[in-house]
Design a protein around this ligand. Structure first.
Ligand SMILES: [Zn+2]
Length: 71
């Protein structure tokens, strides 16, 4: 199954989930604040690597790459 990134409409946190094609995230909950109903991050195809051409994007903190805890 592909991995998708979902963005929380409440706190902006990114939750990465393995889910089947067509998943829209509406029943997923944010790993940061627990808000249910996440927005699919179309550009965030986690299985294709980190967007931005390498490294961990613009994040210089040790957040393991998803930046949910450092911004
Ligand atoms: Zn959230």
């Amino acid at each position: 199954m592909p991995m998708y990134e979902f963005r929380c409409p409440s706190c902006g946190g990114i939750t990465t989930e393995l889910c089947k094609m067509g998943e829209n995230g509406e029943h997923l909950s944010c790993c940061e604040c627990g808000t249910t109903g996440l927005l699919k991050n179309i550009s965030g195809f986690a299985s294709l690597g980190i967007p931005g051409g390498g490294g961990k994007g613009s994040c210089s903190s040790s957040c393991s790459g998803n930046c949910t805890g450092c911004h």
